[in-house]
Design a protein around this ligand. Structure first.
Ligand code: NI
Ligand code: MN
Length: 226
């Protein structure tokens, strides 16, 4: 699969026939000004939780692409009120077999409210099992014991983990999380966007390396094949 960093916690995942977009926050992200929102193609938009820095461009992209929005029940209902109609509601711990593979809406230790103050349900994360590989997008979360469940469910090929600290896990917690999810191939997210979450990338990489874990930073707009 080909994964492209669109900034912050937003990723474009190309699974060949199907393209996923996770947590679109591009127009409000000055670091992502090189991304052309209106050329992004996707079949599904996955939303971990209701915060502005994860949902800002969902309606704009869903209206143009006719993508199906997948999130928790409350968030999906909120997007219905914003005029979207292709929606798939889930809730914590549930899985569904989509045409691209099996998706589990898993826990996250965080909060969730929509940009207008409406309830955003419980925050979540995504575990995706596909013919092209298995991965975990942790959403916004602190280190949590639930992560120990993940290797009982799936053998991950890689994981997207927040490392920016303050609002989510920092580097030390993300190293422990990598051990708990039994994954040595970590891609960093949720760093540098705001003043609170600026990260020293070289230091982060070497601290992960000291624990035998490969931490990858992908420049915004760049892609890698996994
Ligand atoms: Ni958040
Ligand atoms: Mn966030």
């Amino acid at each position: 699969m080909r994964i492209r960093n669109l900034g912050h916690a937003c990723w474009h995942i190309d699974l060949g026939k199907t393209k996923l977009l996770i947590d679109p926050f591009i127009s409000g992200n000055p670091l992502a000004s090189n991304i052309d929102i209106d050329s992004i193609e996707c079949d599904y938009i996955l939303v971990t939780h209701g915060h502005e820095d994860h949902v800002a461009d969902v309606v704009r992209i869903a209206q143009r692409t006719n993508a199906t929005v997948v999130s928790n029940f409350e968030i999906v209902n909120w997007f219905q009120k914003q005029g979207l109609s292709k929606l798939h509601p889930m809730n914590i711990g549930g899985s569904w077999n989509f045409d691209f593979g099996k998706l589990t809406y898993f826990t996250a230790q965080h909060s969730s409210v929509m940009p207008d103050g409406s309830p955003g349900g419980n925050p979540g994360s995504f575990i995706i099992q596909s013919d092209h590989g298995n991965f975990y997008h942790a959403g916004d979360t602190g280190l949590m014991m639930d992560m120990k469940i993940i290797p009982m469910l799936v053998k991950l090929d890689f994981a997207l983990l927040p490392i920016g600290d303050n609002f989510t896990m920092g580097i030390n917690e993300a190293i422990i999380a990598s051990q708990w999810i039994e994954c040595n191939n970590i891609i960093a997210m949720h760093y540098d966007t705001f003043g609170y979450i600026v990260v020293d990338q070289q230091k982060a990489k070497s601290e992960f390396q000291n624990n035998g874990i490969n931490l990858t930073f992908i420049e915004i707009g760049e892609s890698i094949n996994i």
